[in-house]
Write a protein that binds this ligand. Sequence first.
Ligand SMILES: [Zn+2]
Length: 258
Amino acid sequence: MFGFLKKAPATARVSLLTLTHAGETIHVTLKRAPTARRFTLRVRFAARDAVLTMPQRASMQEACAFAERNAAWIAVRLKRLPDTIPFAHGSILPLRGVDHLLLHQPEKRGVVWTEPLNDTQVDGANAEMALCVSGRAEHVHRRIHDHLKREARRDLEDAVTRHTQTLDLAPRSVGLRDPISRWGSCSSAGALNFSWRLIFAPPFVLDYLAAHEVAHLVHLDHSPKFWALTHRLSPAVERAENWLATHGAHLHKYGATP
Ligand SMILES: [Zn+2]
């Protein structure tokens, strides 16, 4: 077992460590935290790596040694992460939080559509709805991906429009991204961006995130005033935050390229 360090850009104050354990490569991201009193490790689903948080005064050598001592622990936890689910025939995708069975129907007309699933279609499918896609097999991934992004954009634009109207603010366009560590953002220029993966979350979660970012148009911080405004816009702040803390990482498992 050995480790070597690669310096990330200086501004990020993050270093990357690569370990090998039982023939497998393990990536560890090292982060210094002024408030950390000891080393702590966690694994991240989307990045499929481990994050080692280290106290401000700890040396890189100590951090490497700590990561190496815990390589077996990291390896086990990375193995236990849920599998990725491709956009392919037979996959189940939680569209707006409702399980949809993906059915490839090459001969049908249309591109992508949803319909109730009658149980004669597929045995053992634990879903009441089908997300159907026509055309050739090699186009299934892209067609589903495009469709889900379009649906996410529509839902987010609707929610943002509703919340900006409540606050009498100018209309906003919505940008879509696929970030690993955040669901939405608001720039100081007022540009709103969201993860398209929110289409897999129940509507109250998407609506809360739209409310959260719209509230940032007024307060670009997380002050008590900001939270008061967010609560005014969204009735489900705690419920949505809890949902994201519990299920958020799973939204990253859908759509791995087959
Ligand atoms: Zn925020």
